[in-house]
Write a protein that binds this ligand. Structure first.
Ligand code: HEC
Ligand code: HEC
Length: 274
């Protein structure tokens, strides 16, 4: 009972801190910059079916739990890692992404299309399964990412300025230091258990988190993500070493294992040709 009371109070404090942070978003950069918002303005979408498909893609990225039931097991939204729907530089940005595909993929040792890359985030980050490539959901995601990438020349190279991956210190992370940082700067929202709070703060480890095949399970990715985007109420406040230590601590906990050797097969969806 007592712990529950305490964590409820912690949650209230976290919510208040978060609201205060949002109110001062201009000062600390917790909210999308004006340029980022311009990347997705619903009023600027093409009219008709294409606009609807882009909107659906945006909705899936923001509300994955609601829109992709049955495809995702992790209690995450795409936007838990692709901040503000993938419009934030160094916050999992999708701006330009459509123009990097087709691309060589080391993991599957072949050239992949954007749909294949999307399937990877379903398999690993969402610990789920990929929707059919011809489904309106998959096409919606492709439409949305293509819209955010409009103007980027085809087959560009990803811009390092958009990426959060960081070169790591040579020594191993200091897990005890990481545990202290976690307690002081992360547990308020993500909870001491790492399980987060459904609908508010995403899980960082445990059964409901991303699986061990996910990009975020690599310490170089998590370190960069944390350094540029966390804690949510004071992003940019942690040094590389602090981000590295706390990410090491987060990743020292258990998470779902990827089943391995998963075959993504799409049986054709019905379509009439004229
Ligand atoms: C747990 C965090 C996490 C979640 C949740 C997540 N992703 Fe990702 N995603 C990543 C990471 C990490 C990368 C690699 C980023 C990099 O290399 O800079 C990535 C990369 C991608 C890319 C390639 C981007 C590029 O420019 O190369 C796409 C597309 C993508 N994710 C889509 C999605 C979609 C759609 C969802 C929801 C169904 C999703 N992701 C959920 C972490 C996540
Ligand atoms: C004020 C609340 C808050 C604090 C404090 C906070 N986070 Fe987060 N964190 C969030 C929210 C909310 C998201 C989802 C993305 C978004 O909405 O910006 C998130 C997303 C994440 C993610 C990617 C999604 C996932 O669940 O894997 C990681 C990793 C992460 N936080 C790590 C940390 C670490 C490490 C700290 C401490 C240094 C921290 N966070 C502190 C609120 C917080």
């Amino acid at each position: 009972m007592r712990t529950q009371g305490l964590s409820f109070v912690a949650l209230l404090i976290a919510a208040a801190a978060f609201a205060a942070a949002a109110a001062h978003a201009g000062d600390i950069g917790a909210s999308p910059s004006p340029a980022a918002s311009a990347a997705y303005d619903p009023a600027a979408l093409p009219a008709g079916d294409l606009g609807d498909s882009i909107k659906l893609g945006r909705d899936i990225v923001m509300n994955t739990q609601q829109t992709m039931k049955g495809y995702v097991r992790a209690k995450l939204e795409c936007a838990s890692c692709h901040l503000d729907g993938g419009t934030v530089a160094k916050g999992g940005s999708f701006i330009g992404t459509a123009s990097y595909f087709p691309q060589y993929n080391r993991r599957s040792n072949r050239i992949i299309a954007l749909q294949d890359r999307l399937a990877e985030c379903f398999l690993y980050s969402m610990n789920g399964r990929a929707p059919n490539y011809a489904s309106k959901e998959m096409v919606g995601l492709v439409s949305y990412i293509a819209w955010l990438s409009r103007g980027t020349p085809l087959l560009s190279t990803p811009s390092p300025a958009n990426r959060f991956i960081e070169p790591l210190p040579s020594a191993s992370p200091d897990l005890a230091h990481g545990a202290t940082i976690y307690k002081q700067q992360c547990s308020l929202c993500h909870q001491a258990s790492g399980a987060g709070v459904a609908g508010a703060f995403p899980p960082l480890w445990g059964d409901t988190s991303f699986n061990n095949g996910a990009g975020m399970a690599h310490i170089d990715r998590m370190t960069g993500f944390v350094m540029h985007n966390m804690p949510k109420n004071a992003p940019g406040s942690l040094s590389l070493q602090e981000s590295y230590d706390v990410s090491g601590y987060v990743l020292s906990h258990g998470r779902p294992a990827f089943a391995g050797k998963t075959l993504v097969e799409n049986s054709p969806l019905p379509a009439d040709y004229y």
